[in-house]
Design a protein around this ligand. Structure first.
Ligand SMILES: Cc1cc2nc3c(=O)[nH]c(=O)nc-3n(C[C@H](O)[C@H](O)[C@H](O)COP(=O)(O)O)c2cc1C
Length: 204
């Protein structure tokens, strides 16, 4: 009995020491890791593109920025799509047929400072708008989580194609598996659903 007691005392002392010195399962010192972790501290980033007069995706993007304390950046095209629906639709369809189009302006982003990175688009032809694909192709997201969000006209199924097409365009990216989707005309009411999704992204 005494022997068992002594053994338990010794085991508990060892556990306390391990906790104090920050040893983890692979035996590396947590104290030594601390500066590296501090240096790797990142901030969320919200990036979006929005086209319509009501700027539904912009509304959700700005809400996300407020709720997460993120930095925010807007994707701008070198040659913007026309303002009329017919012209924009024609140009968007043309660009979707090309693997890498259209050109976007340099955003001067240091992606290494950010994680996660929220990327928003209006759904066009059941997928992302082409400038958003160009953005995903333009930066190195190695080691980052990219969480996609969108606004749409009618149907959620399009959001699955957004994820599938983003994966096809840039397979190397670590995409958060759930795309946040909200009806464009109800963008201003996205708050509660957005809160729930942000929690899931933050818990990744
Ligand atoms: C060219 C074009 C194509 C669209 N295609 C779809 C579509 O396939 N499915 C859908 O649900 N909404 C579609 N929409 C509607 C937009 O996704 C929706 O209005 C969105 O909220 C607009 O966002 P924005 O205001 O940020 O541009 C389309 C809109 C445009 C202009």
């Amino acid at each position: 009995m005494k022997l068992k007691h002594a053994f338990m005392l010794a085991a508990s002392a060892l556990l306390s020491a391990a906790a104090f010195f920050g040893c983890n399962s692979d035996g590396k010192s947590g104290a030594a890791d601390a500066p590296a972790k501090a240096a790797a501290k990142t901030k969320p980033l919200v990036v979006y593109w929005s086209w319509s007069e009501t700027h539904n995706t912009k509304i959700v993007a700005e809400m996300l920025q407020q709720k997460t304390g993120a930095d925010i950046a807007v994707i701008e095209m070198v040659t913007p799509y026309p303002n009329d629906f017919g012209g924009a639709a024609q140009a968007g369809q043309r660009d979707l047929q090309q693997p890498k189009a259209p050109a976007i302006k340099d955003m001067n982003l240091d992606i290494s400072k950010y994680d996660p990175i929220y990327v928003g688009t209006p759904i066009w032809f059941s997928t992302f708008a082409p400038p958003v694909r160009t953005f995903l192709q333009s930066y190195d997201f190695n080691g980052k989580t990219v969480a996609l969000f969108c606004t749409h006209g009618q149907g959620n199924p399009a959001t699955f194609k957004y994820l599938a097409d983003a994966k096809a365009a840039v397979p190397a990216i670590n995409y958060f598996p759930e795309v946040f989707a909200h009806k464009g005309t109800e963008a201003a009411n996205a708050g509660p659903a957005l809160d729930a999704w942000i929690q899931k992204v933050s818990a990744k």
